[in-house]
Design a protein. Structure first.
Ligand code: ATP
Ligand code: MG
Length: 286
């Protein structure tokens, strides 16, 4: 298999059960999904449905209770430099400069100084951060930190990039810019991406395919292909095809969010809160 065909994630009939404080939590159940080499795939679903658990399975941080998870046809047994991970929290080393942060994985691999410096500079240039190579993380904005996080994850040339709500902590304007930067970088690297988000527009803008998960225990509820051409541009978000996808995904997620919040809400919570409101506020439950 040539290098460009690497980064194939295949998950079959996967279940993960956590044991904590004497109780069992089945986080995901019967999940089958895949990411093809070079494909950008998003996972979307209600809070607690097992998205991070699935990503952690692929990262090798969590073990399956049943079923299988493979990367390029081999069972995933633990973390590896073939997978880069970016979390919502900026997990940069505060005591290292931006460039040293990016170089870190390469240093661990024993790459000589001059080679890792030039690799880090090239990547920082692509992310528009070269001028900040000697800054420290606490001197950067949230968006810049997360760009460093992405660049750092890419530095060891992984076949797979795993991103767990990477832009969740950013304001909406920064987020849109980050989406453009990410889609441009992905276009150049063409590595496989598994991306978690709660943001429907973000999932559509970035992805080739989107898996919608059910409420916990998470299963795959729907698989939606995004037929928008590449490169993606901000103008596309106003196109009829985009707007239609937003509606379709919103309906799917709404059903699951209601399920996740339990039956109380379904049984009347949304048709009125069952309270009598008088001049002094809530007077009684009716
Ligand atoms: N290490 C763990 N030990 C015990 N339970 C866990 C552990 N990790 C996750 N869980 C439970 O598994 C379920 C799925 O969690 P997970 O973090 O995968 O959900 P999520 O879809 O990523 O949620 P969110 O959208 O809020 O990030 C939750 O009920 C959670 O409490
Ligand atoms: Mg999560």
């Amino acid at each position: 298999m040539s290098d460009e065909r690497k980064g194939w994630i295949q998950i079959d009939d996967l279940a993960v059960t956590f044991h904590a404080n004497g109780t069992e939590v089945r986080a995901v159940d019967g999940v089958s999904m895949n990411v093809q080499p070079g494909e950008f795939v998003s996972l979307i679903g209600p809070s607690g449905c097992g998205k991070s658990t699935l990503l952690n399975i692929v990262a090798g941080f969590v073990q399956a209770s049943a079923g299988s998870a493979e990367l390029d046809g081999k069972p995933i047994k633990g973390p590896g430099s073939d997978r880069g991970v970016v979390f919502q929290q900026y997990s940069l080393f505060p005591w290292l400069s931006v460039r040293k942060n990016v170089e870190f994985g390469l240093r661990m691999q024993g790459v000589p100084r001059s080679r890792r410096e030039s690799a880090a500079r090239t990547l920082l240039g692509l992310a528009g951060l070269l001028a900040f190579e000697n800054h420290y993380p606490d001197q950067l904005s949230g968006g810049m930190k997360q760009r460093v996080g992405i660049v750092r994850a890419l530095a060891t040339s992984p076949q797979v990039l795993l991103m767990d709500e990477p832009f969740g902590a950013l304001d909406s304007q920064t987020r849109v810019v980050m989406q453009e930067i990410l889609t441009n970088m992905w276009q150049q690297f063409r590595i496989s991406v598994l991306f978690i988000t709660h943001d429907i527009e973000e999932a559509i803008f970035l992805s080739d395919r989107i898996y919608v998960m059910t409420a916990r225990p998470g299963r795959i509820k729907a698989e939606i292909a995004v037929p928008l051409p590449r490169p993606r541009t901000p103008e596309m978000t106003a196109s009829p095809a985009f707007v239609e996808l937003v509606q379709q995904l919103k309906a799917l997620i709404r059903e699951e969010s209601l399920a996740a919040m339990g039956s109380e809400l379904k049984d009347g919570g949304l048709t009125g809160f069952g309270v009598k409101v008088g001049p002094h506020g809530v007077e009684e439950m009716v």
